[in-house]
Ligand binder design. Structure first.
Ligand code: FES
Length: 455
């Protein structure tokens, strides 16, 4: 254990990896742009600088080791000037069309510029302007908003193990891009969304489909059908200030109808279909002695990751479609037939918590009715919130509504899909019931025991 003096306050430290962590553990706020505790330290932005009281030196606290007896200041007139200058320089080489930017309101650079009162930029914009890469169905890359913090590069390499993005060129020509300046659609990007999540600006964002959905809702010749994934309810409740315990889904169904969606269903119905398929497949594999384990194929990000990084696992991936695609196929075939609507006159919209679902709908084999795609658009939770807010609907005050019939009902198996281990438990329960005609007491047994009983 050691101690240091931060802003005149004695602070003890033990195994903290850097001075920045010691500062934050002491409840002292310090701005950062390129630091993430789970990623390697890059030390590029210099927003986290501190002033050494003895030497007067200014250094980045994220890449400084804590030393016993150190005396530092996190806030001084010099540091303030230093940080404001950094922000001004970053803004000078940044596309500052904030009002129309996808990240406006949650852009870290914008927040810091506001906090530090940067009102004018004294430097001319001499940067080269680049084309926006909108080739990916899920990710939008705008190099003109990149501040070269490298967060996307490190998260893609270190956390996701993909290494799609990297730095190219040097000095003032430096850029972040896929290898050989390929478009995102030409890479093996699995659309996990981690780059968009860590990007502090609008340089990488989730591609939005709001305008297409508005057009579909206004089109008198199309029936717009929504399916809602159960996992969106928590984030949605938070965004609309709905107290915990209230039925968020019931209010959302009502809001979607007010927006003009003709039918609103629960993706849990699709999850039930996936469970039945996966359980059948599991039983078949056990009886034929096929190599295990059987991996779920519900997450398109995981399927793409396995395809590109672990192709030897592909024979062990379930062949069942994900709940989203199961549902899309049912809507464009069974539902269309039951309602007497031509499948091409149906627009299927999914409301999903994950952007990789935007890519899934474009994959081969996701067209059961010959209309091109079973699912037409995917909206993330943030996008559906925008749609609702644009129509000035106060979700918290809406009465609850049930999902529509005939596809609005589902079992508990589909509901637990959203929880960790839920797919496994649901498939095992179903397989067990198929073999024994009874429900297993899975809470008291390990999934492995249940599997042995089935086998
Ligand atoms: Fe320390 Fe960027 S946060 S240099």
């Amino acid at each position: 254990m050691g101690f240091m003096t931060i802003d005149g306050q004695r602070v003890e430290f033990t195994n903290e990896p850097n001075v920045l962590t010691v500062i934050r553990n002491a409840e002292i706020d310090i701005p950062t742009l390129c630091y993430h505790s789970e990623l390697s330290i890059y030390g590029a932005c210099r927003m986290c600088v501190v002033e050494n009281e003895e030497t007067g030196k200014i250094d980045a606290s994220c890449s400084m080791e804590p030393r016993n007896g150190m005396r530092i200041r996190t806030n001084s007139a010099r540091l303030l000037k230093h940080r404001r200058m950094i922000l001004e320089l970053l803004l000078a080489s940044h596309n500052c069309n904030c009002t129309t930017c996808e990240k406006s309101g949650h852009c870290h650079l914008q927040t810091l510029a506001q906090q530090f009162g940067v009102r004018k930029i004294r430097f001319p914009d001499t940067r080269e302007h680049f084309a926006i890469d909108n080739t990916s169905p899920a990710v939008l890359r705008d190099p003109n908003k990149c501040i070269l913090c490298g967060d996307c590069v490190r998260v893609c390499e270190e956390m996701q193990g993909m290494g799609i993005l990297n730095f190219a060129y040097r000095g003032s020509s430096a850029q972040v891009m896929p290898a050989f300046d390929r478009k995102m659609a030409q890479t093996k990007c699995v659309s996990c969304g981690q780059c968009a999540a860590v990007c502090p600006t609008g340089a990488i964002s989730i591609k939005t489909n709001i305008d297409e959905v508005w057009d579909a809702l206004a089109d008198p010749n199309t029936i717009v059908v929504a399916q809602v994934a159960p996992a969106v309810r928590v984030a949605l409740g938070d965004k609309f200030g709905i107290p915990k315990g209230e039925n968020v889904m019931g209010k959302l169904v009502n809001a979607l109808h007010r927006l003009g969606f003709h039918e609103v269903y629960d993706t849990t119905y699709g999850a039930d279909l996936t469970v039945i398929e996966e359980a059948e497949e599991l039983l078949e594999r056990i009886s034929s002695g096929a190599k295990g384990p059987l991996f779920t194929s519900c997450c398109p990000g995981w399927v793409s990751f396995a395809k590109s990084q672990y192709p030897e696992l592909l024979p062990q991936l379930s062949t069942a479609k994900s709940p989203q695609q199961m549902f899309g196929a049912v809507i464009k075939t069974y539902f269309a037939q039951k309602k007497g609507i031509a499948p091409e006159n149906i627009t299927c919209v999914s409301i999903m918590p994950c952007m990789s679902k935007k890519r899934e709908l474009t994959l081969p084999g996701m067209d059961s009715a010959g209309t091109g795609q079973d699912i037409d658009y995917v909206l993330t939770t943030r996008e559906i919130c925008r749609l609702i807010k644009a129509d000035h609907i106060d979700v918290s005050r809406l009465p609850e509504c049930d999902f529509d019939d005939p596809l609005g009902e589902a079992t508990g198996a589909g509901v637990i899909f959203g929880a960790s281990g839920g797919v496994l438990e649901a498939a095992l329960r179903t397989a067990y019931h198929t073999v024994t005609g009874e429900n297993p007491e899975i809470g008291e047994q390990s999934p492995l025991k249940v599997l042995r009983q089935i086998g």
